[in-house]
Design a protein around this ligand. Structure first.
Ligand code: ARG
Length: 462
C-alpha cells in the first residue's frame, strides 16, 4: 500500500499490533457504502470514466456480498477494513481498483465509516429503548391498582402505586432516547473529502457525497473532520447513562425479588438456579443489567483517555476508538431486550407489597391533616413525631393510638383522624401532575403513550 518508500516488510509482532481488521471488519457495510458514493463522486468530477465507475461499483457490491455471506477470506496483509476491501476489489476488477483511492485517505475514510456505523447504532439502540418503554407501560397498565411502599434512603417513606414506581424508569429511558436523537445532529456530518487532513484536491462534490450517504451536512474543517471523535464520546456518554439507568432498575428488581421483599417474582425464563443449592432462584438478568453498566462507563472513559492530549488531525491512537464503541453497542443491544423481557414476564405480588406498608408511612399524611386544621407544618411535623414516639414506646402501630392519646398530643386531632390510616386514601390524595394518585398516574401513562406515538410516527417517516 505504501511499499514505494520502504525497503523492509513489517515486523510480525508490530504488524499484529498495528492491524485493526480483527475488529474493524464490522465496518464493511459502511466502508463499502462510502466507497460506492466516492466512486460516483470521482466520475462526476471526471477523475474516472463512467465505465470505470460502474466496474468499481459492481466489484464493491460483490465484496459486500462476500462479507454478508461470510465467504470473504481475509489475508494476513489485510491491515484494516479499507485495505481488505481494496485488495479484494483489485482481485475482482483488476487495475481499475487502484483508482478508487484517488484523493481519498484512510483518515477521512475511517471517520466516515465510523459515523455511518454510529448512526445505525443509534437507530438500533433507540429501537431497543422503545421496546423496553412499551414493556414498562404495559406492565403499569396491568397493575394500576397495586400499592407498594415508596422508599427514600431505602427506608419506607410513603405509599405509592407500583405503576408509578415502574413509570419512573420510563422517563429515564425517555431522556436517553432524546439524548440519542440530539446526538445525531453531531454524528450526521460528512468527513469524506477531507483527504488526509488538508482537503481533497480533485474538486469532489462533498454535498453530493453527503446526500448519497445520508449525512445532514458536510464537515467545515478538514483537520477537525479527520480527528473529531467527539461524536463517539457523546454516544458513549449517552450509552453509559442509559447503562446507569438500567443498573438502577437492576438493583431495584434484585432487591424486590429477594425473599425479604418478595414484591416481584422473576419468570423462570429470566432466572437461573444454583449448581449447589437446589432451592435457589437467582435474578441474574437484572444483576447483569446492574453490572454491565460498569463496562459501558469504562468504554466512555477509555475513549476520553485516548483523545486527551492528542495532537491535532489524525493519529493512530484514534484506531482505539472502535473497540469501546462496538463494546457499548453490543452490550446495550444484548441487554435491553432482556430487560424488556424481565419486565413483561415478572409476576407482581400485590399482597406482599401491601403487607410491607406500615402505618408509620402515613405520618406525613397525619401532619398534612393537622396543617389543614391550621397548624403550621413545622409544628405539625413535631407533633406527629411525638405521636410516632408514643406509639413506639407503647409498641403499637401509629394507627392504634387512641383518639384520647392523639388529642393529648394536639387538640386539633378529631375523630376523623382514623380515616388517615388508609393507604389507598393516602395515594389518592396525591392527585397532582407527576404525583402517585391513580388519576395522575393514568394521565402520566397517557402522556407516555403520546410520546411513544410521536416517536414511532417520526421513525416511520424516516
Ligand atoms: N485503521 C485505522 C483507524 O482505525 C484507519 C485509518 C488509518 N490511517 C492511517 N493513516 N494509518 O484509525
Amino acid at each position: 500500500m505504501w511499499g514505494g518508500r520502504f525497503s523492509k516488510t513489517l515486523d510480525d509482532q508490530f504488524a499484529q499490533l498495528n492491524a485493526s481488521f480483527r475488529f474493524d471488519w464490522r465496518l464493511y457495510d459502511a466502508d463499502i457504502r462510502g466507497s460506492i458514493a466516492y466512486a460516483r463522486a470521482l466520475a462526476r468530477a471526471q477523475v474516472i470514466r463512467d465505465a470505470e465507475r460502474d466496474a468499481l461499483i459492481d466489484g464493491l457490491v460483490q465484496v459486500k456480498q462476500e462479507f454478508y455471506n461470510g465467504t470473504f477470506t481475509a489475508q494476513p496483509s489485510d491491515e484494516d477494513i479499507h485495505t481488505a476491501v481494496e485488495r479484494r476489489l483489485g482481485e475482482l476488477v483488476g487495475s481499475v481498483a487502484g483508482k478508487l483511492h484517488t484523493g481519498r485517505s484512510r483518515n477521512d475514510q475511517i471517520a466516515t465509516d465510523t459515523r455511518l456505523f454510529t448512526l445505525d447504532a443509534i437507530r438500533n439502540t433507540q429501537h431497543a429503548i422503545l421496546n423496553a418503554q412499551h414493556a414498562l407501560i404495559e406492565k403499569s397498565e396491568q397493575h394500576l391498582d397495586v400499592l407498594m411502599p415508596g422508599y427514600t434512603h431505602l427506608q419506607r417513606a410513603q405509599p405509592i402505586l407500583f405503576a408509578h414506581w415502574l413509570m419512573s424508569y420510563f422517563w429515564m429511558f425517555e431522556r436517553d432516547y432524546a439524548r440519542l436523537t440530539d446526538c445525531i445532529t453531531r454524528v450526521s456530518v460528512l468527513p469524506l473529502g477531507s483527504g488526509a487532513l488538508a482537503g481533497n484536491a480533485l474538486a469532489i462534490d462533498r454535498e453530493f457525497l453527503a446526500r448519497e450517504l445520508g449525512f445532514a451536512r458536510v464537515g467545515e474543517n478538514s483537520i477537525d473532520a479527520v480527528s473529531d471523535r467527539d461524536f463517539i464520546a457523546e454516544f458513549l456518554f449517552d450509552a453509559a447513562l442509559l447503562g446507569v439507568h438500567l443498573s438502577r432498575l437492576g438493583e431495584d428488581l434484585v432487591l424486590y425479588s429477594s425473599a425479604e421483599f418478595g414484591f416481584v417474582t422473576m419468570d423462570d425464563a429470566y432466572a437461573t438456579g444454583s449448581s449447589i443449592m437446589p432451592q435457589k432462584k437467582n435474578p441474574d438478568a437484572m444483576e447483569l443489567a446492574r453490572g454491565k453498566a460498569g463496562r459501558v462507563i469504562g468504554d466512555l472513559v477509555t475513549l476520553l483517555t485516548v483523545l486527551k492530549g492528542l495532537p491535532s488531525s489524525y493519529d493512530k491512537d484514534l484506531q482505539e476508538d472502535k473497540e469501546p464503541l462496538f463494546d457499548a453497542v453490543d452490550t446495550l443491544g444484548a441487554l435491553l431486550p432482556v430487560v424488556a423481557g424481565v419486565i413483561r414476564t415478572m409476576r407482581v405480588n400485590a399482597d406482599k407489597m401491601r403487607a410491607a406498608l406500615d402505618a408509620a408511612m402515613l405520618a406525613t399524611d397525619l401532619a398534612d391533616y393537622l396543617v389543614r386544621r391550621g397548624v403550621p407544618f413545622r409544628e405539625a411535623h413535631r407533633l406527629v413525631g411525638a405521636a410516632v414516639k408514643t406509639a413506639e414506646a407503647r409498641g403499637v402501630a401509629l394507627a392504634d393510638l387512641s383518639l384520647d392519646e392523639y388529642q393529648k398530643i394536639a387538640p386539633e386531632f378529631g375523630a376523623d383522624v382514623k380515616t388517615i390510616f388508609d393507604f389507598a386514601r393516602s395515594v389518592a390524595s396525591h392527585e397532582i401532575g407527576g404525583g402517585t394518585g391513580p388519576n395522575a398516574v393514568r394521565a402520566q401513562i397517557a402522556q407516555a403513550r403520546a410520546v411513544m406515538n410521536r416517536r414511532e410516527q417520526k421513525a416511520k417517516k424516516g
